[in-house]
Design a protein around this ligand. Structure first.
Ligand code: HEM
Length: 509
């Protein structure tokens, strides 16, 4: 049955390169057992097939891995090829159909309605929240890193980004940095882990089969905690809006003068009516997810790279002194000052090239498409390989070399480097994300010298300490010298290091 129902897709997709598979299971047996092995395999095939698009099969699912800029341009610019692939279904029980996962006219209307929520004035308000939380984070790091302690920065960053997003999306403070064992903080952590873990477990990936899994009851409790928490805040906020106390009442969680994302939603309309409670829930939850798991990755890899690349760190510190003034390094950087930090901008670009926070984008073809003269049949999953783009030596010379200056010397084409996606479905939170990452990194550089877990782990040749981007033979050679503190990349919805990102910090005087 499966062979018959996939016959046409098989025939059409034969025009693309791809690894040979077995009947029924396709290439499932070659994929690897966990996210990091899968990432290795997907990269190995990419090298094998000339760093271009290729097709692989997981059972009846046909996957087109896309890295060709012409294909990317077509897909990302399309107003119709906007449906997400089934991996995003894993987020539905929590997020429903918010901006990230919805499609068709619902997505078009919501995108238009939400765009003003990232207006410059609102971002400036959000920047205050970012500064406040980064200052708390610095104090927290002073304790964690005291006595030359080696610690996992990725773990710490998660609580910071959670605090920022709760405050900006819902206007409430959960103080995750202090209350990390509270049920809501734990629930956010558990749900992100759960989504990433289920993505590569064929039994747990199916919603019905997952109900039989031993961890399902715990998952249901986590979902309930998150739903109750978010709905309660939305209800209270609606009440506060009705009574006109949003910006005036003192002493409760709604006393902030700043507009939260939820306030923008509450004053918006779709088809001339206010958003209903499901729509409010879906959009707020989507922001909670998209707005903190991605930035955890972005901040974490950026700081980890500081620890391995001291020359770049020196240049960044010099820029901080120049923009802020050497005697004023302890104060918050203003929005305008962050914009003046040009080297920091290049540095984050380069960090996103080698460790993009969103490694793949998944789309689904709900009809046949002809792209660059090739037919892509209905029913195909398109995996846009953002993480591969940064390692294409036709675009980025010597791709394992960490060099922020490369973005000054040679700008990649518009579809050769797209960490925030591009076109109508690009990241709506891009400015927010960059502002947050820069605010945190700028403050960390001014307060600490960031050191590797062990002194000898400093990069001596300017090369990064992971080697996913290399052809398999070279990669195997480098892997022999892998240190236990070198990251093991794991790419699911966001890019993480499976074994953490370990660093040390030394306070600057
Ligand atoms: C380093 C940080 C971030 C990166 C690299 C990033 C990257 C991306 C990418 C690649 C997409 C396209 C996903 C797809 O098509 O499936 C996307 C979409 C999206 N992002 Fe981000 N993102 C980041 C942070 C944020 C933040 C902070 C927010 C919210 C505050 C946010 C909100 C969204 C939303 C709502 C979408 C869906 C947009 C739509 O489909 O219309 N992102 N992001």
């Amino acid at each position: 049955y499966l062979q018959l129902t996939t016959y046409r897709r098989r025939k059409v997709l034969k025009k693309f390169n791809g690894p040979k598979g077995l009947p029924l299971i396709g290439n499932a047996h070659q994929m690897g057992k966990n996210p990091s092995e899968i990432l290795d395999q997907v990269f190995a095939w990419w090298h094998q097939f000339g760093k271009d698009n290729y097709v692989f099969w997981i059972g009846s699912y046909s996957n087109l891995l896309v890295t060709n800029p012409k294909f990317l341009e077509y897909i990302l610019s399309s107003q119709t090829l906007i449906s997400k692939s089934d991996i995003y279904d894993l987020t539905h029980p929590w997020l429903g159909l918010g901006l990230l996962t919805s499609t068709g006219s619902k997505w078009h209307k919501h995108r238009k309605m939400i765009t003003p929520a990232f207006h410059f004035n609102i971002l400036q308000d959000f920047h205050e929240v970012m500064n406040e939380n980064s200052s708390k984070f610095i104090k927290h790091l002073q304790k964690v890193a005291a006595g030359d302690t080696i610690f996992d920065f990725q773990e710490q960053a998660h609580y910071l980004t959670l605090d920022v997003i709760c405050d900006t999306a819902m206007g409430v403070s959960i103080n995750a940095m202090e209350n990390r064992n509270s049920s809501i903080v734990q629930a956010f952590k558990d749900i992100c882990y759960n989504i990433n873990m289920r993505a590569f477990n064929p039994l747990k990936r199916n919603e019905w089969l997952y109900r039989l899994a031993p961890d399902y009851p715990a998952y249901s409790r986590t979902l309930k905690t998150l739903r109750d928490f978010t709905n309660e805040i939305i209800d209270k906020r609606i009440e506060a809006h009705k009574s006109g106390s949003v910006t005036t009442s003192q002493g409760d969680e709604f006393s902030r003068k700043k507009m939260a994302f939820l306030d923008t939603l509450l004053s918006s309309t779709i088809d001339g009516r206010p958003l209903n409670s499901t729509e409010l829930y879906e959009e707020v939850s989507t922001f909670m997810f998209e707005g903190h798991d991605t930035t955890t990755s972005g901040v974490s890899f950026a700081v980890y790279l500081l620890s391995r690349h001291p020359d770049e760190q020196k240049k960044l510190f010099a820029e901080q002194c120049e923009v802020m003034g050497t005697s004023e390094l302890n104060r918050d950087a203003t929005y305008q000052e962050i914009a003046q930090m040009k080297y920091l901008d290049l540095y984050i670009k380069e960090a996103q090239r080698v460790y993009p926070s969103v490694p793949f984008i998944g789309r689904y073809t709900d009809k046949d498409y002809e792209i660059d003269g090739k037919l892509v049949p209905k029913g195909s999953t398109l995996n846009l390989g953002i993480v591969m783009l940064g390692y294409n030596d036709k675009v980025f010379k010597d791709p394992l070399k960490f060099s922020p200056e490369r973005f000054e010397q040679q700008k990649p084409g518009p579809f050769e480097y797209v960490p925030f996606s591009a076109g109508p479905r690009n990241c709506i939170g891009q400015k927010f994300a960059l502002l947050e990452i820069k605010t945190v990194v700028s403050k960390i550089i001014r307060n600490f010298k960031v050191l590797p877990a062990l002194d000898e782990l400093v990069s001596k040749d300017g090369y990064i300490s992971t080697s996913v981007g290399l052809p398999p033979a070279e990669r195997a050679k480098r892997e022999e010298h892998r240190h236990k503190y070198d990251p093991i990349l794991s790419a699911v919805l966001t890019l993480k290091s499976e074994n953490g990102l370990h660093i040390r910090l030394k306070e600057r005087n």
